[in-house]
Design a binder for this molecule. Structure first.
Ligand code: BG6
Length: 508
């Protein structure tokens, strides 16, 4: 721990994000001695509450989230850092009051302040304006940073307008646009895997890779979030942010150092190189769908054509990736919760062995499982013993659970909050990045409507999406690889047993 005391101000302190994610993450950082214990956390929201009522509420939720890790002695020390200030986000005078309260609490003038906007997106502009007007963005007395949650805009134009608004009060270097996928250990491990090893990078290009698949599947349906979800849909909810970020990390060139701008410059180059299609050109490159029963969810209009599933082909026009399609898909109510990146390598140029009777030889495949069963799995061909030159796919596998204790993988917010406190913006999104991601997604969002009209392909909950998505890939001579690492693992368990039987000496 090397940070100086800071004040973390949470706007929207009575909401779910605060109690279920932010406070447990801050508590864990405190428990692990990762930020200065003289720091303060100030919650700001409309609901009247005393400091103690606020602390009690947060304790209940943190216990629920963290279980035994929410040790009461440790919580007692932590909760002394927590304060509450009642106020209305839309009233400038309330920011002055908040500022005065923070100044009272700050026994160490010159310390930094982190403002976390855990509020409805339509309130971002007012909040940043008022922070600016109240002089709370000024760095005369120490650093000031603001974390802004997704969604950052609804399209390119609104994201540009929001960036302008934010920049009227804060410099870009003070702005931390959060995407919790970048806080996932395994997403960060992608950088280590690619750039701290020398054997993968030489084959990470069009000469060896046939296609890349990025899947973020969820079993859950929209639940009680229909009010937000129905106006967003999967393309805004998952693609513009999480999927574009993962795509950029998979495809980017090696940055010269692990530093915010070096990293973000490389991601920007990838997003800039994504082939634009224009709304009309989207047909043939994307499929959307809606799960059966979506209209029965509470809060969903009965004629809603909001997509809950989408699949998209992205082409990156640069030397490394020319001709290599990146297939992205995500949806709710799918067969499994999984986030997986598959690098499907090309087949060998010539095969001197007979191919198996039951199909083509599988070419090498690298599966990076972001969640759950976090790990990396590389499949390759081996010879089946005592069966002539019969070939079989085998795997090399790394599983986090084999190498690290349970609970070794922290929640994304833990890492991201700490980085923001320490002023490291590497895992946050820069203004140009966010705008470029919208530039890629805007035509897809408007394009599918023109192509689908009023009829959206439907899919059964618990499947891998609409059949149209399978035919979309089939037309391109490819197929989705569903849950690759798990399937390989199951296959290995099955064939492991049968092989042992085959090898038993006759008569045993
Ligand atoms: C959020 C989306 O950003 O990410 C949710 O708004 C989605 O709809 C969630 O469920 C998925 O995150 P994770 O970490 O569970 O994969």
């Amino acid at each position: 721990m090397d940070s100086s005391p800071a004040t973390i101000v949470i706007f929207g302190a009575s909401g779910d994000l605060t109690s279920r994610k932010l406070i447990p993450a801050l508590f864990n950082n405190h428990r692990k001695d990762r930020f200065n214990p003289d720091s303060r956390i100030v919650g700001f929201a409309r609901r009247p509450m005393t400091d103690d009522e606020f602390r009690d509420k947060l304790y209940r939720f943190s216990r629920e989230t963290l279980g035994r890790d929410c040790d009461s002695a440790c919580w007692a020390k932590f909760s002394a850092m927590i304060h509450y200030c009642q106020g209305d986000l839309t009233q400038e005078a309330d920011y002055q009051r908040l500022n005065a309260r923070i100044e009272d609490l700050e026994t160490n003038p010159g310390g930094g302040r982190l403002y976390y906007l855990a509020i409805a997106p339509e309130l971002y502009p007012q909040a940043v304006d008022h922070l600016g007007a109240a002089g709370m963005a000024s760095e005369q007395d120490g650093w000031r940073r603001v974390i802004i949650e997704k969604p950052f805009g609804r399209d390119l134009a609104s994201a540009q307008a929001l960036n302008r608004q934010v920049h009227a009060s804060f410099d870009e270097r003070q702005v931390y646009r959060i995407d919790h996928y970048l806080g996932k250990e395994t997403v960060q491990n992608l950088l280590v895997f690619r750039f701290a090893n020398s054997i993968f990078e030489p084959v990470w290009n069009r000469n060896y890779v046939d296609n890349v698949q990025i899947t973020v599947g969820e079993r859950v349906k929209v639940g009680d979030r229909a009010g937000y979800y129905d106006t967003a849909g999967v393309l805004r909810d998952m693609f513009q942010n999480h999927m574009m970020q993962v795509l950029a990390l998979v495809a980017m060139e090696p940055p010269s150092k692990f530093e915010a701008n070096a990293l973000r410059d490389e991601k920007v180059k990838v997003l800039n190189a994504v082939r634009g299609r224009g709304a009309a050109g989207v047909e043939g490159y994307s499929v959307v769908g809606q799960y059966a029963g979506y209209h029965d969810e509470s809060g969903v209009p009965e004629d809603s054509i909001t997509p809950t599933y989408a699949a998209l082909r992205v082409d990156i026009d640069n030397w490394r990736w020319q001709g290599v399609p990146f297939y992205l898909r995500s949806g709710k109510a799918l067969a499994h919760k999984t986030t997986e990146i598959i690098i499907q390598f090309s087949s060998p140029p010539h095969l001197m062995f007979d191919t198996p009777d039951d199909g083509d030889l599988e070419s090498n495949r690298l599966a990076i499982t972001v969640q759950p069963n976090e790990g990396i799995n590389l499949s390759f061909q081996t010879k089946v013993p005592d069966h002539g030159m019969m070939l079989r796919s085998s795997e090399l596998e790394f599983l986090y659970s084999d190498s690290y204790d349970d609970g070794a993988i922290p929640d994304s917010y833990e890492r991201l909050l700490l980085d923001a406190i320490n002023g490291d913006a590497s895992l946050f999104i820069r203004s140009d990045e966010i705008e470029l991601a919208w530039r890629v997604m805007d035509p897809v969002i408007t394009g599918w409507r023109d192509n689908a009209g009023d009829a959206l392909p439907m899919y059964k909950p618990g499947t891998w999406g609409p059949v149209e998505s399978d035919s979309f890939l089939k037309r391109q001579g490819r197929a989705w690889i569903n849950d690759a690492a798990n399937q390989q693992r199951k296959g290995r368990e099955r064939s492991g047993t049968s092989e042992r039987r085959e090898c038993d000496p006759p008569g045993c």
